[in-house]
Design a protein around this ligand. Structure first.
Ligand SMILES: [Zn+2]
Ligand SMILES: [Zn+2]
Length: 314
């Protein structure tokens, strides 16, 4: 899998319009291609008429007649770049037929209207190759790798901006690349928030279990201590004076799970707990446990608000 900042190349391949001895103009596609679909272009080259699944040899594709067919190949990862006709934002997906839903603004529209700007250029070049062959009587060819979808908008300076998700709706399985974390499946329109949330929780738990430094620091950068608020829900923050308590309780949990509750050097160093001595077995009084649950609930609300609403742009 390419890194998000890499330009994702189109696979190789070549389109040729070849004059046959019987006077027909045939086209031929050769080379190293991952996936293709067809777009029927009006005879005057001005309008895109329909998207058509590519078919194998000996099968007849059904598409509007008369029209000129352009083949749009996928990038190396089997995906196609898209621009939403409503919000114009760029994404990549394996879903290219029928109706598409924008992963960012959730507006549905015919898939034809999502064809990316780079691909429109390619389709125009493909139509031109056809027209040139018709007008000059000569064979023409077009390098499919000329279109790369290396759009400037996709090259982001910030790290970790791109999310790849596979839709988990039964029978959908569409794969999509978006900027940001949360988005809708272009085919079925379902949000990826649930799996993204689960992933975030899994990462958090893994980090918690693997921790060998200050656990609280790791909680801070996940966004559970504060929720910055939006139009409907006011800001919320765990009080500063709770932070040492949280640190202590997380360290207590750590030695309960990993050291049978026996105080070790790490616990003394990391918990700032002055009430215990080395090798002592800790106890958690019920009032502390109850208070910890309350704090955890507040942190959970902060996290959930961040998950549900955090992706709304300011
Ligand atoms: Zn959109
Ligand atoms: Zn889906």
């Amino acid at each position: 899998m390419a890194e998000f900042k890499d330009a994702i190349r189109a696979a190789g391949g070549k389109l040729e319009y070849l004059h046959q001895s019987d006077g027909r103009l045939a086209f031929q596609i050769s080379g190293d291609m991952r996936a293709l679909y067809m777009v029927a272009v009006s005879m005057d080259g001005l309008r895109l008429l329909d998207t058509v699944p590519a078919v194998g040899y000996g099968q007849a594709a059904v598409y509007p007649q008369p029209s000129v067919v352009a083949y749009v190949q996928s990038d190396e990862q089997g995906m196609w770049g898209r621009n939403c006709p409503a919000c114009e934002r760029y994404f990549r997906t394996t879903h290219i037929f029928h109706t598409s839903v924008c992963p960012y603004c959730a507006k549905p529209a015919p898939s034809l209207t999502f064809i990316s700007k780079a691909q429109r250029l390619y389709i125009a070049a493909s139509y031109d190759a056809f027209a040139r062959a018709m007008l000059t009587g000569k064979n023409t060819s077009l390098d499919l790798a000329d279109v790369t979808d290396a759009t400037p908008a996709w090259h982001y300076a910030e790290e970790k901006q791109q999310t790849h998700f596979k839709c988990q709706t039964d029978g959908c399985d569409i794969e999509t690349d978006i900027l940001g974390i949360y988005g809708y499946c272009p085919r079925c329109g379902r949000t990826n928030a649930r799996p993204a949330f689960n992933d975030a929780m899994t990462r958090m738990l893994t980090r918690w279990d693997q921790t060998d430094k200050t656990v609280t620091d790791q909680w801070f950068d996940i966004g559970v201590i504060t929720w910055n608020g939006n139009a409907k829900i006011p800001p919320r923050a765990v009080r500063q004076l709770e932070l040492p308590f949280i640190t202590k309780m997380l360290q207590r949990r750590h030695i309960l799970i990993h050291n049978s509750g026996i105080v070790d050097d790490d616990y003394i160093k990391l918990s700032s707990d002055k009430q215990v001595r080395l090798d002592e077995r800790i106890r958690i009084p019920s009032n502390e446990a109850k208070h910890f649950v309350e704090v955890i609930r507040e942190m959970g609300l902060n996290l959930l608000d961040g998950v549900e609403f955090g992706f709304e742009e300011a």
